[in-house]
Ligand binder design. Structure first.
Ligand SMILES: N[C@H](C=O)CCC(=O)O
Length: 441
């Protein structure tokens, strides 16, 4: 079967098609997370059976160069031997104890040493849990109820945060979610990203009752957007002035744009930080941390309650610790930067050669290609993107053996396992896919 009428590339997806049909019988939409269904790109998902290094292998035996990396965690590549070995060793000792373990302290020490704002950290099981818990803590600590979130930023699927959200919500073009009670939604005030004046106005009106401003300080869930100069500093000042907390959701950017995340790269320190993805080395994980004085409000030391049967799971800790150790090796972030720059420079040449006006962005090992001629700086410019052009591009890239996020509003991720050959092949695929877009739309 040819997925998009390509002339010379014939790939079969018949097994994935069958597996998807089976899945849809018993799983809503056939997937356990909506973006995986490929519905926004008018395609059906490929079912992956195995991954190694920079590559994914699907049920039909197709090979892809992977820039999704399980949506961010796989920064050292899939199935890294050191990560796999350590997980196997830990699994042989038992998979969960529901007790404290030495591994949890080791992980916490690594996080505290790495992330400038974190003096104490609590492990949870997902990014969603991390942001939900951080907000409860912010409310419990400040005694205030409202939070400000930025339009197009995505912080998982907690009730307070599914307001004007990015990621799958933007990809599917839905406004939010039924099931979020109005009484909860009204405690969340949405403001545009990169617009300090809008935040100031909200503080003037509600300043006494704002517990926190939460944001992706570099966005990934509406594509990669950098904060304007002075924006993060401005947020720091205004939250200090009103005694609200500044919360950085670094689930995606932590240990990716720099070892210490956005706060290391841009030099602005939040009160609380949410983490996930990389610190689990591909196993389910989340964490939130910050100043000791604030973190000491969490039970059992303080009254703010949060708990979890599998929190700090030994396999997730082991995989995460090994991943962080690999990231401590000299030159790692330079290598990621170099590889990512090479890829996006190749894309830029292709855009120039084909005379296409599309907008690119990159921060460290996260990149985006927006199908718009506008400079993308916030959610309103995100909405100028051509989703039909992206869909065609996505399907062509898949045919060329390159696996991308199924939305231009999801960041692409480079790993240490990507080779020069992978990058060259991807640049060539990008040229062919962009050419098809130009010829067909
Ligand atoms: N952008 C999301 C997480 O970072 C994508 C993953 C998902 O929703 O399944």
């Amino acid at each position: 079967m040819i997925i998009d009428g390509g002339e010379d590339k014939i790939m079969s997806f018949s097994k994935s098609k069958e597996l998807f049909a089976d899945a849809k019988e018993v799983i809503p939409g056939g997937v356990n997370s909506p973006v995986r269904a490929f519905s926004a790109v008018d395609a059906e998902p490929v079912f992956i059976e195995e991954a190694k290094g920079s590559k994914l292998y699907d049920a039909d035996g197709n090979e892809y160069i992977d820039y999704v990396g399980s949506w961010g965690p796989m920064i050292v590549g899939h199935g890294h031997p050191q990560v796999v070995e350590t997980v196997q060793q830990e699994a042989a000792k038992g998979t969960s104890f529901g007790t404290p373990t030495k591994l949890e302290t080791e992980m916490a020490e690594l996080v505290v040493d790495a992330v400038p704002s974190i003096e104490k950290v609590r492990m949870v099981n997902s990014g969603t849990e991390a942001t939900m818990s951080a907000l409860r803590l912010a409310r419990g600590y400040t005694g205030k109820d409202k939070i400000i979130k930025l339009t197009g930023c995505y912080h998982g699927h907690g009730d307070s945060l599914l307001i004007d959200a990015g990621s799958g919500v933007t990809t599917l073009g839905i406004p939010g979610s039924p099931g979020v009670p109005e009484s909860i939604a009204q405690e969340t005030i949405a403001a545009p990203y990169n617009d300090l004046e809008a935040i100031e106005e909200i503080f003037v009106e509600y300043g006494d009752n704002i517990a926190a401003v939460i944001l992706e300080p570099v966005t990934g869930n509406m594509g990669v957007i950098e904060p304007k100069e002075g924006y993060l500093e401005g947020l720091r000042e205004i939250t200090d002035e009103y005694e609200s907390l500044l919360v950085f959701d670094e689930v995606m950017t932590g240990f990716r744009v720099a070892y210490g995340g956005v706060q290391e790269r841009y030099g602005v320190t939040p009160d609380l930080t949410c983490l996930g993805k990389i610190i689990g080395g591909g196993l389910p994980v989340g964490a939130y941390g910050g100043k000791e004085e604030i973190m000491d409000h969490i039970a059992p030391d303080g009254p703010v309650y949060q708990a979890g049967t599998l929190s700090g799971n030994p396999l997730a800790m082991a995989a995460g610790i090994e991943t962080l150790k690999l990231l401590q090796e000299p030159g790692v972030y330079e290598e990621l930067e170099e590889k990512s720059a090479k890829l996006t420079a190749g894309f830029k040449d292709n855009l120039n050669d084909l005379d296409l006006p599309y907008c690119q962005s990159r921060v460290g090992a996260m990149f985006s290609l927006f199908f718009t001629d506008q400079k993308v700086v916030d959610y309103s410019t995100v909405q100028t993107c051509d989703t039909e052009a992206f869909s065609l591009y996505f399907r062509k890239m898949l045919e060329e053996g390159v696996y991308l996020g199924c939305s231009q509003f999801e960041a692409g991720f480079m790993s240490l396992a990507h080779t020069d050959k992978d990058i060259e092949k991807t640049i060539e695929a990008n040229y062919n896919a962009l050419k098809a877009v130009k010829e067909n739309l």
